[in-house]
Design a protein around this ligand. Structure first.
Ligand SMILES: [Zn+2]
Length: 461
């Protein structure tokens, strides 16, 4: 029976592989900003519906989300996280050099792969479940707005992940394998500084730009009091003409720390510092929290199931032409540096990853398994080169490997309720009875009502 299940899952997945690969390209051609993924979400819903499953759209009060539940009697409920947003300013043609309109969004994080790969894996697992009459449920969850760390927090606050037994996902990185090591906790906020307009020359009117700059500089100085805290920022609106004292300035910041407590303290210190400097300069301030999220809590039990599935599927099947194209891209990013691409299957359970993700809190609620596929080491993530590669067929073997392994892992878990119970016991042991407060980012109503105003930096309350 076990062999039949594996064989059948892989056979069904293979029948979907062409379409999954086609969708990598279709999604890449329609890069959409967080909370505005209308076409990307529709492409994936259509993929699910064409395979005979119904989809609820706009769940949890998040307009571009979706959920499809395929149930076949009593058994483990396995969820798939599906991402599909792009990043601002990272468009590049699918060529191994910088070319294209750099004001447009682009798939510089490869979510055009994650969407179809994870959706296809879920469809294959669901079909195997029904065909082989296994008891259990596959739940496909469309999770928008990952890049601003908001989508899954909003869905989690709405209870969308409640009742799931285990959750699976994938992402491009620098290695092929299952991950059971943590990543960073993160927080993001936007701060609107409000001064007074005046002639720029002789005015002593409260200057929102000077206040925001001083506030940021002050906080940058005091961050050293929290060891390990990393800070990034952009000014999204910073005045129009030097001849007019800026009346309004918007500062978007992001914080990262290995521990959630470090991020929480850092965010509080940032908000206090900004408020204090603004008050000193007679400028009003309106803080808005976009997200605050724990780092990933790895689950070894699920990780080992994914590792087994990956080993059955084998590493990405790149062709010589694929490698050659990636070599050119790599050389364009780091001239003279040796080309390095992880081409085996590893298991990664030590150290800490450099990034933060909006599924961190979920991994503290439900056992979450993550699979990575490798990009060349010299191709930076969140970079034009990642967009270029994500749009080229040379990148397809990685996410196809991940997709097939996720499908296989899902049916393995459904057939083995005792492994699911062990994964839950591992999670309970790791969190030691702490209950996870559901997040409630204050920017949610802006992102639901008028996400364009968020991206234009014109939102009002
Ligand atoms: Zn990403």
């Amino acid at each position: 029976m076990k062999q039949d299940l594996k064989k059948e899952t892989r056979r069904i997945w293979s029948s979907l592989a062409g379409e999954i690969k086609h969708l990598f390209g279709e999604m890449w051609k329609t890069p959409e900003l967080s909370a505005m993924e209308y076409r990307s979400s529709a492409l994936l819903c259509d993929f699910i519906e064409r395979n005979g499953f119904s989809v609820d759209k706009g769940v949890g009060g998040v307009p571009t989300s979706f959920i499809a539940r395929i149930s076949n009697g009593v058994g483990p409920k396995v969820g798939f996280l599906i991402e599909y947003d792009a990043l601002p300013g990272l468009y590049n043609d699918a060529v191994p050099f910088r070319q294209g309109n750099r004001r447009l969004p682009g798939h510089g994080c490869g979510h055009n792969h994650i969407g179809p790969a994870n959706t296809g894996a879920g469809i294959a697992a669901a079909k195997a479940l029904v065909e082989l009459n296994l008891g259990g449920e596959i739940v496909l969850i469309g999770c928008p707005a990952e890049e601003i760390l908001w989508g899954k927090l909003a869905l989690q606050a709405a209870g969308i992940f409640d009742g799931l037994d285990v959750i699976l996902t994938s992402h491009g990185d620098y290695q092929n394998g299952a991950l059971a090591r943590p990543c960073h906790a993160m927080a993001m906020g936007e701060f609107k500084f409000e001064g007074e307009s005046a002639h720029g020359g002789i005015s002593t009117a409260p200057n929102a730009l000077e206040a925001a700059e001083a506030a940021y500089a002050k906080f940058d100085q005091v961050t050293s009091s929290i060891s390990g805290l990393q800070l990034k920022h952009v000014f999204r609106h910073a005045g129009i003409s030097p001849g007019v004292t800026p009346e309004e300035v918007r500062l978007w910041t992001s914080l990262r720390h290995p521990d959630f407590e470090g991020v929480r303290q850092g965010y509080q210190l940032m908000q206090e510092t900004f408020s204090w400097v603004a008050a000193e300069r007679g400028v009003a301030i309106q803080p808005e929290q976009i997200a605050i999220c724990r780092g990933y809590l790895g689950n070894d039990t699920v990780g080992r199931v994914l590792d087994g599935s990956l080993k059955e599927v084998g590493p990405p099947r790149w062709t010589v032409a694929d490698i050659d194209w990636m070599r050119q891209l790599s050389a364009a990013c780091s001239p003279g540096k040796p080309f390095k691409l992880h081409s085996e299957i590893g298991y990664f359970d030590s150290g800490i990853d450099y990034y933060g993700q909006d599924d961190g809190d979920i991994s503290w609620q439900v056992p979450l398994g993550r699979v990575n596929w490798a990009y060349p080491e010299n191709v930076p993530i969140h970079h034009w080169a990642w967009t270029a590669l994500s749009g080229h067929s040379a990148s397809s073997p990685g996410p196809l490997m991940a997709s097939e392994a996720l499908a296989l892992a899902a049916t393995t878990l459904i057939q083995s309720p005792q492994i699911v119970l062990a994964a839950q016991a591992e999670l309970a042991q790791k969190i030691k009875g702490q209950s996870i407060r559901k997040p409630s980012p204050t920017i949610s109503d802006v992102l639901v009502r008028n996400p364009q105003s968020f991206w234009d930096a014109t939102w009002e309350r």
